[in-house]
Design a protein around this ligand. Structure first.
Ligand SMILES: *Cc1c(COP(=O)(O)O)cnc(C)c1O
Length: 221
């Protein structure tokens, strides 16, 4: 099937599984394709492209810089690479430490920009997964809120590769509950985004309140 057809199916699923379909954005995970693939999703009406590697992002963006694309960063971000994306990045989904947040804040301040970010949380606690553990996140919250050149818009997580859908569902639900808790205690409702769900689990994520689903394989492969 074509990229456009795949996107149409995903849009139908958003209507079917989400309680707030108008709030849901598709982030096309474009690591499987070159710039032509990004153009294809753009033509199919998706403005959000998500890259998990800085080098690949830079290459595609260089070719497509005249186009109206929201470049999302969804992978593990090294501090020394922030400078390559800071002036144009639309949203960084994967901020997983105070050190990284501070460094993004510093680079953003230099160019007088406020950069939108999500905090990545390791809900399942698997060692192999990146993301804040909940305790560290709580401990860092006061410091995170002092950083004026980052704007925390919500949370992101990766579900474990589990056969059991109930485990996956539990992870997504816990992320939503954590967001509600943080909204009450610190953000006064300003956290609006939940980036969760990929090709294998986006329907469950939609049922549990995802506002951003990051999809690669189902669009491109
Ligand atoms: C590749 C990737 C996705 C998309 O994964 P698919 O299973 O191919 O849909 C989502 N999030 C991140 C962080 C990724 O690296």
């Amino acid at each position: 099937m074509s990229v456009a057809e795949n996107i149409k199916l995903i849009k139908e699923d958003i209507k079917k599984y989400s309680k707030n379909p108008d709030k849901v954005k598709i982030i096309a995970a474009t690591k499987y394709v070159d710039y032509k693939g990004v153009e294809e999703v753009l033509e199919a009406g998706i403005k959000n492209a998500g890259e998990n590697r800085v080098q690949a992002l830079r290459e595609k963006r260089e070719i497509l810089k005249e186009k109206d694309i929201n470049w999302n960063f969804i992978g593990h971000l090294q501090k020394n690479k922030i400078k390559y994306i800071i002036d144009y990045i639309f949203l960084i989904h994967s901020v997983d430490s105070l050190g990284l947040a501070k460094e993004i804040n510093k680079k953003a301040e230099k160019i007088d920009r406020v950069v939108d970010i999500l905090l990545e949380v390791n809900i399942s606690g698997e060692k192999s997964k990146s993301g804040y553990n909940r305790e560290d996140l709580e401990n860092d919250m006061t410091e995170l809120l002092k950083l004026k050149n980052i704007n925390i818009k919500g949370l992101m997580t990766m579900a474990p590769l589990a056969e059991d859908n109930n485990i996956v569902r539990k992870v997504f639900r816990e992320l939503r509950e954590l967001e509600e808790e943080l909204n009450e205690n610190y953000f006064n409702g300003r956290l609006t985004e939940l980036s969760m769900g990929m090709t294998n689990d986006y329907k469950i994520a939609l049922e549990e309140g995802a506002t951003m689903i990051r999809i690669g394989s189902k669009i491109f492969l």
